[in-house]
Design a protein around this ligand. Structure first.
Ligand SMILES: NC(=O)c1ccc[n+]([C@@H]2O[C@H](COP(=O)([O-])OP(=O)(O)OC[C@H]3O[C@@H](n4cnc5c(N)ncnc54)[C@H](O)[C@@H]3O)[C@@H](O)[C@H]2O)c1
Length: 391
């Protein structure tokens, strides 16, 4: 398989290394608007350097192009790659608005190529097991979830001129950081229905939020809270899902392995009753009464354990190359990431306008369809992120 990379910055190395590890993908070309960066990457990985995606496509005719440029350029580059008939692996966030996402989707429809999106946390073995077991109902019915991206970025992180601005970053931690956990939550829980959110700027020199919180309902009836922060010194990424059968939880920061996942089956009330105990009460040895922890019931989570695949670019790119070479559809399609972009859009829309947003509201006529700030007057948008804006 002939692959190429456009944008030779930080994350491009994870792509180049992951392709090399597959042993079945040949990195033929790399492009960057900064010539020295393309040159350095080309030397490091044995590829040919190009000054633009246009030159790269014309010379190499790659099967797949990783787009690892800043988010504001993703849609335009993806459309150009598709027009040349190649497929695209698009870094997160795939685009900056639903309008851009639909433009890329139209280009995909008209192309022989396809678009896949990097959401590596769907592809570690923990998430693969969780999606399979939840999808089959083997862990019970999801009821309540917590999804937290509690990260820390000091003021100096925002020193580069483009950071902290709508034009440069497209949005705050909801779009740029929390989107990983949000995507995984939606992947595990299915379609969301309504969001009520608050995004505020408490500490950092940014045009948007440095913290956001959301209350979410799902079509299944489940409910969740979501927090995205760049102000949290002890960093944590967490998803916790309480089902009718137990508590499934992953705690990590930038990537998990199997040991970061736990499942605590719900106490077996009948078993506890025969022991004359309250279910859910911890005994002196710390085990819950009447659960698989205490040997009382089979644990479907433990039974699903297999090879431990950590959630990183290697995990997704290995699966992608396997899928493409064997003619399967890779799971993280552009269409499958639309609910994630809808969620992010609704979170901003709810916070800025001050009311709930239903997923069905987000038609092309909705003001936030074209931009995460709704193209509302700048003072109104800026004011909405002040903590005392009356939300
Ligand atoms: N999946 C993850 O965990 C993860 C982690 C970090 C970054 N990312 C994403 O990867 C993307 C890139 O982030 P980064 O940290 O590597 O950024 P970066 O600034 O380090 O690198 C971007 C590179 O793209 C080049 N570039 C800009 N416009 C270009 C164009 N039109 N054509 C060719 N090259 C162009 C720049 O010169 C730069 O070398 C972003 O979308 C970011 O959100 C994903």
């Amino acid at each position: 398989m002939k692959v190429a990379i456009v944008g030779c910055g930080n994350i491009s190395h994870r792509h180049a290394e992951a392709y090399a590890k597959t042993g079945r993908a040949d990195l033929v070309g790399v492009a960057d608007v900064v010539e020295a960066k393309a040159q350095a990457a080309a030397e490091k990985y044995g590829a040919t350097p190009y000054a633009s995606v246009t030159e790269l496509l014309a010379a190499e005719d790659p099967d797949l192009v990783s787009v690892t440029t800043p988010p504001g350029s993703h849609a335009e580059i993806a459309i150009e790659v598709l027009a040349a008939g190649s497929s695209v692996l698009l870094e997160k966030p795939p685009v900056l608005s639903l309008a851009e996402l639909d433009e890329v989707a139209r280009a995909e429809e008209a192309s022989e190529g396809s678009v896949w999106v990097v959401f590596q946390h769907r592809h570690g073995s923990g998430a693969v097991r969780a999606a399979d077991l939840l999808g089959r109902g083997a862990l019970g019915r999801p009821l309540v979830a917590v999804c937290e991206t509690l990260w820390f970025r000091p003021r100096s992180y925002f020193d580069p001129e483009w950071r902290g601005t709508w034009v440069g970053e497209g949005g705050g931690p909801t779009l740029g950081h929390g989107i990983h956990q949000i995507d995984l939550l939606l992947h595990l829980l299915g379609p969301w229905r309504t969001i009520t959110a608050s995004a505020v700027r408490l500490e950092r020199p940014v045009e948007f939020e440095d913290v956001s919180t959301a209350s979410v309902t799902f079509e299944s009836g489940a409910v969740a809270t979501v927090v995205n922060s760049l102000l949290s010194p002890r960093e944590l990424s967490r998803i916790r899902i309480d089902t009718s059968g137990g508590t499934l939880e992953v705690n990590h920061v930038y990537g998990y392995s199997d040991r970061d996942w736990t499942f605590h089956p719900a106490p077996d009330a009948a078993k506890a009753a025969t022991l004359g105990l309250d279910p859910g009460v911890r005994q002196a040895d710390g085990l819950l009464v009447g659960t698989a922890e205490s040997g009382a019931a089979a644990d479907p989570w433990a039974a699903s354990a297999g090879e431990d695949v950590p959630s990183n670019h290697d995990a997704q790119i290995t699966r992608l190359v396997d899928d493409l070479l064997s003619g399967r559809t890779h799971e993280t399609t552009l269409a499958s990431t639309r609910p994630t972009m809808e969620f992010v859009t609704a979170l901003y829309a709810s916070s800025i306008t001050g009311g709930p947003i239903h997923r069905t509201d987000l038609t092309p006529a909705h003001p936030f369809y074209r931009a995460l700030h709704g193209n509302l007057p700048k003072p109104q948008v800026t004011e909405s992120f002040l903590p005392r804006s009356g939300k």
